[in-house]
Structures are given as C-alpha cells and as structure tokens.
Ligand binder design. Structure first.
Ligand code: B12
Ligand code: SF4
Length: 499
C-alpha cells in the first residue's frame, strides 16, 4: 500500500535565521519526528511504499495538490500534537474530499493523551497508543481487503461512532525495531548536514505535573521507560557520519535515569569517534536528581565529546517547583549541577517556564535570580501551555483558567489569566526576561552555541542561506565569548528591527 505520512513542521523557525522555506520547512534532521520515521521503516520492511508531506502554514494550495497527486496515497497517516492538531485535521479533511477512497488515520501525542478530542473529526481511524504494532496491522488488513475492524490499538469509525479496541503492550525491546527511515525527510530538510537527532529511549520515570508523561504511560501495559542498547545507538550513528552531520542530539527524556547506562553509552561513543580528526559532538537532556556524582558524570560525558546538556529549571521558586510542578530538588543542587557541567567544559541550556498556575510575579523574580546567578549558555523561556491529559491541565480547568483554544497561543503568548499574575504582567516579564536576567539575546546565545556545536563553516553556510543573524556571526566567529559581549546591545537593537 502507499502510505503518506503528514507532519506539521515546527513553527517560528528562530534557529539560525528566521526566513522560512515552505518547500523545505523542516530546518534540519534535528527536528524530524522519530515516531513516524520508525513507523515508515516498519512499513517499508514489509514492502509498503511510504511518503511524507511536511506541512507548513504558508504552503500554497497548488503545492499541496502537486504533492498529493504525485504520491497518490491509499492511506494518509497523520501525526499530531495538540498544537498542530487543527491544521492537520483540516489537511486530512481536504485530502479526503479530493479523494474519498483515501483512508485517514491519526496517531501521535495528542491522540494518545486526549483521544476523545480527536474522535468525531472525520478520521477513518484513531490510534491512541504507540503505533509500531498497530499501524502495520492496520495497513496489512486494509491491503488484504479486511477493513480496519478488530485491530488492537486502532479505533475505526463506522458511521458516526468509533469502536474502541484494547491497546497492544508497550514495545518492550526497542532494539527489536528497525532504524528510523531518515531518507523520508530528504526532500523536506533545509540543512541536511548540520545537527541531527537520534532516539535513545522512550518514556520517563518522573511525573512532572505539566508534562504529558503521566497520560502517555497509562495508554498501554508493560514497561514504559525503555532504553536502546548503546551498541545499537552507535551503529545507527554511522548513518549520520555518512551524511557529514557534526552534532547529534541524543533524544531521551532523561538520559541520567541510570548513571551506569550513561557510562556505557559514553564508552561506546568514545570508541565511535576513535581518533577521527572531526569527531562528532553530542547533546542530551538531563534531569537534576539528588545522590548523583555530577562531577564524575560530566567528566565521562566530556571525554565522550558531549558538548552540551539541556536541563529544566522551569521555576526558580522552590515552592512552585515542589508543590505545583512536582519537581523536587533545591536551587542549591541545580546551581551545583550547572557549575559542574561548566567546570567540565560542557555548555548548559536551561528550560524555564512562566505563567504557571499558582505562580505570582514574586515567584517569577526567583526564576530571574537563579538564572542571573547561574548564567546558562542558553536559556529557553516559554509561557506555560496546558496540555490535555496532564495534571496541570486538570488544575487549570478546575480553577476556570482555560479558555477555548488555550493551546493556540504558542509558547510566546499567555493563554491564561492567573489570579496573582495577569496576562499583561506575564507578557511583559516574558519580553524583558533576557535583559532582567542580564543574559544575551536568545539569538546571540544561539549563534555562539551553534559555532561551538556545528563549527564555523556550517554556521557560515547557514548564515549565507538564511542569515538574518549574519552580523552576529561576524561578531563572534573569531572572538572568545566574554570579549564578544561588547556589541551585545547594538546587536539587540538590530535584531528587534528584524520582523
Ligand atoms: C522529540 C520531541 C519533539 C521533537 C520532534 C517532534 C515530535 N513531535 O516528536 C521536536 C523538538 C521537533 C518537538 C517539537 C514539538 N513538540 Co515535542 N516532543 C518530543 C518528545 C520529547 C519525544 C517524542 C518521541 O520521539 N517519542 C518517541 C516516539 C517513538 O514516539 P512518538 O513520537 O509518540 O510516536 C509513536 C506514537 O505516538 C505513534 N504515532 C505517532 N504518530 C503516529 C501517526 C499514526 C498514523 C499512527 C498510527 C501512530 C503514530 O506511533 C509512534 C511509534 O510508537 C515528546 C515527549 C513524548 N514522550 O512523546 C514531546 C511532545 C510530543 N512534544 C510536545 C509538543 C507540545 C511539541 C511542540 C508543539 C512544542 C511547541 N510548542 O513548539 C512542537 C510540535 C512539533 C510537531 N509538529 O510535532 C508535547 C505534545 C503534547 C500533546 N498533548 O500534544 C510532548 C508530548 C511533550 C510534552 N510537553 O508533554 N518535539
Ligand atoms: S523529567 Fe522531563 S520528561 Fe520527565 S516527566 Fe518531568 S518534564 Fe516530563
């Protein structure tokens, strides 16, 4: 069968330039969707043909028509988060109207976290769980003319209702799955050989109240937190070496669940780079946890050529973190972890949130203070978004904070009005955060970060192709970071003029 996957390219391409190329809206292999890449590989293994459309809001209708005509799908397989669900639902509707014989199926985070929100929107079937087993069974059944009924993890629509089946267990052994189908992205990627990401694990043992994991872990039975073997990961890295990728993001919700695993992975990565004159460098997401020898961990990671880690602070208020976000660690420990990474020559990117239910301006000032003290290499501040299926979504609902389409605002605009922190205050704090925390602009930090992780040649290439931040690159390419801060405010003014 001919299965066409539909993915919505992440918006606001504020990476290293902000012009968007609608024909190739996915910036690099770092922003691909691992889920559908694995599903495509599974289907191909069984002899089916797969294709992809990476949807972008600015694509003209003619472009979409050409792509649909060219691939001529039997099945449209949509993956969606809550944020891009509406545009993808409309896309699937459109494809179905053009060719009513096309079978449409939706899966992904939103269908898993809130399946009832996607029912009755016209999809022929919904997959409310991992799709590795469900999708291939659906396609084989359709191919054999047996329809979509009685398949575990596939809720088919008949007339106006859906019949719910049970979900298959979580895939226990991730090593049993094929390598992801990276070639499906080739026509959609703007910069093929800069950063890329590779999936290391699935699931997370923590239950932060704003994160979808407590919904995702309940969709099936079986082991939820699973890691691929370091050997398998490193074997897959050769795909990227051939593609001349210099920096790999190793996608794991929390790599440091087990320190021994990180150590084994580091050993394999050291062997992989060997004495290569242009070794790959790596980045990953870590969680601050107590009772970890951070100096030891980071020194091993540095030896394996990790150049950066990303860590969530979320709020600098211990009260908000503990009682609302359900993240338990002290600011002192957070500061210790950052200092340890830096001592070992690893850059740190920090995630922070504003507009959390229960937060006040005073709490947010604590976030500013922690960031000011620790000065991460990059800080990514987002406005809290309530995702259905999370504990904080329920809380926001109970407190009457939600309004229709609360998630349509993106992470840059406040959707909810908190009793102790008005929308206007949130917006103002959001837009002045980097100055208040005495940080460089996000763009400036990104240019420096990219020079370190991708190398000057690649950054220069990107800047030439999409380079609204060219002046920043010229400023920083040959200088060491502290001296470079001199032109910061001039550049800031320049960047503000860029629409
Ligand atoms: C890596 C990642 C990214 C990457 C890659 C994109 C992506 N969506 O995967 C990047 C950085 C680009 C990204 C961006 C965003 N992300 Co994100 N991301 C993740 C993360 C951390 C891991 C996803 C992953 O790779 N899982 C492992 C793979 C194997 O699983 P999977 O992708 O879910 O796919 C399986 C099933 O869902 C299913 N499936 C998936 N699609 C389909 C389609 C069909 C037809 C079928 C049958 C089955 C099926 O089968 C797959 C294989 O088992 C998750 C957290 C999580 N655990 O899900 C958040 C997560 C998916 N992201 C989230 C969000 C909100 C976003 C953004 C909207 C952020 C923003 N505001 O800009 C954007 C949207 C981009 C987009 N269009 O998807 C939310 C979604 C919440 C929700 N309820 O919808 C999550 C759950 C994190 C959270 N906050 O809780 N993200
Ligand atoms: S540690 Fe990260 S991935 Fe895990 S539940 Fe918390 S926010 Fe989600």
């Amino acid at each position: 069968m001919r299965v066409l996957f539909i993915y919505h390219a992440p918006g606001r391409m504020r990476y290293l330039g902000n012009d968007i190329n609608c024909e190739r809206p996915v910036w690099s292999l770092e922003f691909i969707h691992h889920g559908i890449s694995i599903l495509s590989a599974i289907l191909k293994e069984k002899g089916h043909q797969t294709g992809l459309i990476a949807v972008h809001r600015r694509q003209p209708k003619k472009f979409i028509d050409q792509k649909l005509d060219h691939f001529s799908p039997d099945v449209i397989a949509v993956t969606a988060t809550i944020i891009d669900y509406a545009i993808l639902r409309d896309f699937a509707d459109y494809a179905k109207k053009r060719d009513p014989k096309v079978f449409t199926v939706i899966g992904g985070a939103h269908a898993q976290c809130a399946p009832e929100m996607v029912l009755n929107d016209g999809f022929d079937a919904v997959c409310p769980c991992e799709g590795d087993i469900a999708l291939i069974n659906l396609i084989e059944s359709l191919d054999a003319g047996r329809g979509a009924a009685n398949i575990q993890g596939i809720w088919p629509r008949s007339d106006k209702s859906y019949s719910r089946t049970s979900n298959p267990r979580f895939v226990e052994d991730l090593d049993s799955l094929p390598y992801a189908d990276y070639s499906m992205w080739d026509d959609w990627i703007r910069f093929p050989n800069v950063g890329a990401s590779l999936l290391v694990s699935r699931g997370c043992p923590f239950l932060c109240a704003y994160c979808s994991h407590h919904a995702l872990k309940n969709v099936s039975e079986g082991k939820y937190v699973r890691f691929r073997s370091p050997k398998k990961i490193v074997d897959e890295l050769y795909v990227f070496k051939e593609r001349d990728v210099s920096c790999m993001y190793l996608e794991s919700e929390t790599l440091n669940v087990r320190k021994s695993y990180v150590e084994r992975l580091c050993d394999e990565l050291i062997k992989f780079n060997g004495s290569d004159s242009a070794p790959m460098n790596y980045g990953v997401c870590l969680r601050v946890v107590p009772n970890m020898d951070w100096d030891d961990l980071f020194s091993k990671m540095r030896a394996a050529n990790f150049s950066f880690v990303e860590i969530g602070l979320e709020s600098g208020s211990e009260r908000i973190r503990e009682s609302i976000l359900k993240r338990r660690y002290s600011n002192e420990l957070f500061e210790h972890v950052l200092a340890s990474a830096r001592r070992n020559g690893i850059m740190v990117g920090v995630y922070a949130l504003i507009g959390i239910p229960g937060e006040t301006l005073i709490d947010f000032r604590e976030t500013i203070e922690v960031i000011k003290r620790t000065k991460p290499d990059r800080t990514m501040l987002s406005i809290f978004e309530p995702y259905p299926g999370t504990e904080l979504y329920e809380v926001s609902q109970d407190l009457g904070l939600l309004q229709e389409g609360s998630w349509d605002y993106g992470r840059y605009e406040s959707a909810i009005n908190l009793p102790g922190f008005s929308k206007e205050q949130i917006q103002e704090q959001y837009s002045t955060f980097y100055e208040q925390a005495e940080l460089p602009t996000p763009q400036e930090a990104l240019v420096r970060w990219a020079i370190r992780t991708l190398g000057s040649d690649k950054v220069e290439h990107i800047q030439n192709q999409a380079g609204t931040y060219r002046p920043l690159y010229e400023t920083y390419k040959d200088s060491d970071s502290d001296a470079a801060e001199l032109n910061f405010f001039e550049e800031l003014a320049e960047l503000r003029r860029i629409p």
